[in-house]
Design a protein around this ligand. Sequence first.
Ligand code: ADP
Ligand code: MG
Length: 515
Amino acid sequence: MTIGGFLEEYTVSKTQNEIKNLINITPTTATLIKDNNTEKKINAKDIKTNDIIKVLPGEIIPGDGIIIDGNSSINQAALTGESLPVDKSTGDEVFSGTINLYGSIIIKATKNGEKSSVNQLIKLIESSKPENAKIVKAADKWATWIVAVAFVCSIGTWIVTHEILRSVTVLVVFCPCALVLATPTAIMAAIGNLSKKGILVKDGESLEELAKVNDLILDKTGTLTCGEPEVSEIISCNDKYSKKEIIHILASLENKSEHPLAKSIVKYYKNHENKTLKEVNDFEIIPGTGVKGKIRNDELIAGNRKILNKTYETELDDETTAVYLCKNNQLIGAVLLSDFLRNNAVEVILNLKAMNVTPILMSGDNKNTTRNIAAKAGIDNYKYDCLPEDKSNYIKELQLNDKKVAMIGDGLNDAPSLKKANVGISMGSIGSDISIEASNITLIHDNISDLPHLFKLSRKTLKTINVGIVFALILNLIATILAMFDLLNPIEGAFVHNIGSVIVIIYASSLLKYK
Ligand code: ADP
Ligand code: MG
């Protein structure tokens, strides 16, 4: 029994250490705005009182503070349990760990940052304790019934034989230790295995679910592509605005957005121009479409063709992604960007198909670009022009057809579908905080080539659990019958029983090393 206990403890602590390592290399970051108006990424722990911090849409607020510019809706569920977002604007207090939804805000820190990321760590370690997993509770429930049956058999044996020793032996061998141990040990070992590879599993059940998944929905920008598109062309559609002005206005707007396209536009601007960005007010993102805001008194809106009147659609459509810019409802320019497939994408898709997982590409981008990327990656099914709700509705539809669906995505717009899917997988470094929060599993290093391993390991885990349980049940059954017929004494019974547990644990912990 002690050996069994030790082995289980060993697996648990090994896994918790791996999780700790993983968290330590991925600290929560904050965007500090320095006195000379430049930005710097710092560790959230290093925030000092009175620091000025920029928080983009979809980001977790990295420290407690007061909004000094901008307005947004904040999801405070992590703090208060209230899932309805709360509108906040200049002067309102915001709290570390809550999620900024649609606006871009500047906050002034009211506390030093030390604690926030530590709390997150504690939360994760707590949830990774085996006794907190739901499936473990299910196994415990089973065990309760088996114990009840054991009593009945034991008493039955006594009634028939009047031999107290026999009925005690029945009790000893019937106890479902191995059964109860099989599931948690396997899950813990699998989580430890994945943590070593940089895959963070937030709940054990999602591994069991993943083993049964038929369809994998993939997001395009940032997931299947590198998410660092390059500006290939700037177009002016109105004589009053030069190309320089178009990119200046666009970069000013996009500086408040978290989207990979936005980051590329801002980066391009900073590399090529040196004028400071224009002040943007009333900024808001339109998920899956673009962004809008006011510069002085002009209404500006930038995004895909959903922001346009139909007439312009065919003139600019191309295989690259276009970001259109409208001022007071008039198209004034556009910027073309091209993104590249991640270099391991083709192999990953091949591997997934070989495992009978159907990949489906769902993108908010236009038809040509989406089709193009799907073809390059070897994906046969694709959907384009998807709004966030289109993605989650499609997942619902698949689920109604008895499919188990996994979704992998990186963006703020993917969060609803990551929640909706049976298993949500997020990208840890390019991904926005809100998508990481909504997912069950996170690829910390954005390494999609780990996906086949993840799927294979989940199936192996399920198999290990089932084999462990069947083995334990059969062993118990045989031992019980032997005990009933007086072919096993209590000491032998105890021995057989514990050997059984140890075998199940060793078998389950072997998942730690699965390659
Ligand atoms: P994907 O599903 O491919 O990851 P998204 O759903 O994030 O793409 O975005 C869909 C489309 O919406 C983008 O292809 C882009 O045209 C437009 N879009 C979204 N956010 C922005 C933004 N900040 N600036 C410009 N365009 C945007
Ligand atoms: Mg995306």
